[in-house]
Ligand binder design. Sequence first.
Ligand code: ZN
Length: 444
Amino acid sequence: MTRPLPLLACLLVCCLVSGLAAAKPKDGNAAPAEPVDYRSDHFYLHTDLPPSDAQELLERLETMLELISTYWARPCLGIIECYVVVDLAHWPTGMIPEEGLAHIKAGAGVTSVTTLSSGGQSLSRSVVYSVADRGTPQHEAVHAYCGQTFGTTGPVWYSEGMAEMGQYWRKDDTSVQIHEGVLDYLRSSTPKSIDEIVHAEEFTGDSWQNYAWRWALCHLLAYNTNYASRFRPLGLAFLKKEPTSFEEAYGDMTREIEFEYHFFLSHLDQGFRNDLCSWDWQRKFRAPKGSAALTSKIKADHGWQPSGAIVAAGADYQCKATGSWQTAKDAQPRSADGVERELRNRDHQTGGETDNDPDEVNEGEKGDAIDDADGRLMGVVLSDDDENYRLSEPFELGGDVTFTAPADGKLYLRCRDSWGKLADNKGTLTVKIKAKRNASRARE
Ligand SMILES: [Zn+2]
């Protein structure tokens, strides 16, 4: 009997940072005249980077690899070979195979995954070809790990979204830290729908704009505390080629994900933390009755947090808040009234609030008015009496104020600070919300 021939399958997964290329590698020692080989536990690196930069890259890739192989719960099998190129003129002709050359010439990267199957066994091998910026080798290393370990990198939205997460990966930092051009693009564009990201007929290497939307969705699902625990098993099922889908994982949370996805995009900034700005969908709310107050603890370093109070449009409520908080590690402690109240009131009257363009409102709310880092207690009403969740305009609260609810819904509270700078805030306020006389028509 003749033995069946081994089957060869090739997969090319690309990276598109062309035109958005990150900074050149920092100057270390002088660049070598020709490529040099370096080895670490999991990488075999050919590069014309200066030796200190090459070592730094290897260490960074090893640390990231350790993290992602823990995340996907599989050790990296074998060695990943990488060609990382500063200047093609340093490389002898023919040293970089044709499959990688075109991508490097285009200022980007590509990972080739070759799978050899025989007798029910298969073995995959990944080779990375990349320009020597900071992000591209990291992006490609994610593809290379997935390819070599699982023989696949998953559906395009997941594969490229996770590789983009790898591109921006920094040790012990889950905040948004993306290319300024990508940030500008995401902030100025009409959001691509989740359905479009997940289901459109798209292919690897299509456009950096598509990569940006995939990154945004993966960043939300990976770090938002409502979705992270389902995201990992979903990704693992993709990589193990088990039958699954986005809908199977998140079908019962569609409205919440849609809302939080739009909220994320409309508040996107460097430093934004999806884990700190996750919405609490579990908290029970009720209408404050009689003289009884509903009490909540509101943290300075989180996004909108539940007050526990259901409010009615046009009805009046009393808000009392005690304690102090800080809008930066070394900032002066502030009360719920924030700071420089008189000064800011004066700014109010000179038209400080006209910064917001009403056309730019999505499902999320508009940017905060006037001073977005003054530590004032703020309120917003979340309504869900139609198909989508909606947010009212945010409004100012304080240590002892009466306010009129702008809509029917649930009252959420937060400390006013830039959305990208919440992580270094400190402190918690205790907030009590009580109905005034005309508030009796709030519906549970
Ligand atoms: Zn890629």
